[in-house]
Design a protein around this ligand. Structure first.
Ligand code: GAP
Length: 448
């Protein structure tokens, strides 16, 4: 079992290599807000693409939407967020730091030991005003979850998609919560992204489909590279359940600070559509033509955090190894998530090597995220690519000019394979799809 990496190492790698920067850093930073740099933006996009592919693209029973962040204020009244989306807040009477009452063990300030105020409920929604007048009537909220857009669009989607239940509506987008205690890098922030699915089902089939989604979502993390032993499912206790939930499990990951929530999977019953029917005056029941019956669907909701997933994928991929007496740091990311798929590395900056190396780079980059690097020694360039998780490096040497063959180096095994330039892209694509590195059918065929 490899030693667990500390959060400090991950934060430092993220800054050093351009995955994540502190927001507004030149002004001293904005607390708990983060910017994804060039590699982080690629990684995050790949995580979202992998989720969308598994949840929408590869399924007949799920469609996607992309809704606005600002919604009618009544949405949040109906959903229960205005009345119940709150955490108990206490303030230290000496140092004035604020804490979540349910997160501190003793009745004194964890920072200075000072006396605390009585808890008061603090609503986590960010308020703002719509239009040029700042008055009570113009108050709106930044959405604290993407889910509500799927409920209020249920009728629109049913009427336009010509689909029957069970039917899922999926969305990826930003959410905002004025968390009392953000922290642990990108784990808990006030602005974050969610990947949510609201899966509408016939009442009575909900428990079976809830179990189905628990398995699906757990396996999605494993399929994309997280080690099974670092994941677990934890059922919520009765007193933990959100006001809408009939049952709920968290997919937890073994983060450096301990087991913590990566994704919540809830059986929301018919709470949401019932509430929105009541508040909007619209009948949101579903007519089941096959059985000639009408009912308010139940909802199974797998709700994942993009930022938490990115963090978990980074942590799980982090390795330190000793190779020939030297420490090698690598990110063993799944190829589908790796920000850069292939690095083109001419052996040296010699002008004879550049034309072929450049040509290969230009040909590959329309289909694969490719980087060209001819600075410093080849060893240093390999290490740089290992550190950012690039699965394959392609080296062009002087022999390549004679035999038109190049060397592919595998990040994880360090194995090398020599292939003709005309077979390079096909070979790389096959390896990126998971074909073992030591067996190349293309290459084997050529040898016989
Ligand atoms: N619609 C249900 C819902 O929003 P949640 O458990 O509150 O459920 C779902 O949030 C996921 O969103 C969490 O498992 C987590 O991955 C992510 N998330 C929630 N709050 C977050 C925060 N403050 N910072 C980063 N991610 C957060």
């Amino acid at each position: 079992m490899p030693e667990r990496v500390s959060m400090d190492k991950i934060v430092s790698l993220c800054k050093r290599r351009g995955f994540v920067f502190q927001s507004s850093e030149i002004y001293g930073g904005l607390a708990s807000c983060w910017d994804y740099g060039p590699l982080g933006a690629e990684l995050k996009r790949n995580v979202k693409d992998a989720w969308w592919k598994a949840t929408v693209q590869e399924r007949d029973d799920v469609v996607g939407i992309d809704a606005s962040i600002m919604m009618h204020p009544q949405v949040w009244k109906a959903s229960g967020h205005i009345d119940s989306f709150s955490d108990p807040l206490v303030e230290c009477k000496s140092c004035h730091l604020r804490w979540r009452a349910d997160e501190i063990a003793e009745g004194a300030c964890p920072k200075c030991g000072g006396e605390l105020t009585e808890p008061r409920m603090f609503n986590l929604m960010f308020k703002t005003h719509m239009g040029p007048v700042e008055e009570e009537a113009s108050t709106i909220y930044l959405r604290p979850e993407t889910a509500q857009a799927m409920f209020v669009n249920f009728e629109n989607v049913i009427n336009t998609s010509r689909k029957k239940l069970p039917l899922g509506i999926a969305q990826i987008g930003k959410s905002f919560r004025n968390e009392i205690t953000p922290g642990n890098f990108t784990f808990k922030t006030r602005e974050f992204e969610q990947m949510e699915l609201e899966y509408f089902v016939k009442p009575g089939t909900d428990e079976e489909l809830f179990d189905y989604w628990l398995k699906e979502r757990f396996e999605w993390y494993v399929k994309n590279g997280i080690r099974r032993e670092n994941l677990r499912l934890r059922q919520h206790k009765k007193e933990e359940l959100a006001h809408y939930a009939k049952d709920c499990y968290d997919v937890e990951y073994l983060f450096p600070m301990g087991w913590s929530e990566l994704e919540g999977i809830a059986n929301r019953g018919n709470y949401d559509l019932t509430q929105h029917s009541k508040y909007s005056g619209k009948d949101l029941s579903y007519y089941d033509a096959e059985n000639n019956e009408r009912y308010i669907p139940y909802v199974i909701e797998p709700s994942a955090g993009v930022d938490r997933s990115v963090l978990a994928f980074l942590i799980d991929a982090y390795r330190e190894e000793t190779v020939e007496g030297e420490t090698r740091m690598l990110l063993s990311l799944h190829p589908s998530l790796a920000p850069i798929k292939v690095a083109i590395l001419p052996l040296s900056r010699n002008e004879k090597l550049a034309p072929l190396a450049r040509e290969i780079y230009t040909n590959l980059r329309s289909s694969l995220m490719t980087q060209y690097d001819d600075s410093q020694s080849i060893g240093r360039r390999y290490r740089r690519q290992d550190e950012i998780g690039t699965p394959f490096c392609v080296t062009i040497d002087f022999e390549s000019l004679e035999d038109n063959q190049v060397t592919i180096r595998d990040r994880d095994s360090l194995a090398q394979l020599r292939v003709p330039v005309e077979e390079l892209e096909q070979t790389l694509q096959a390896k990126l799809r998971g074909e073992p590195f030591d067996v190349s059918p293309l290459w084997a065929t050529r040898q016989t």
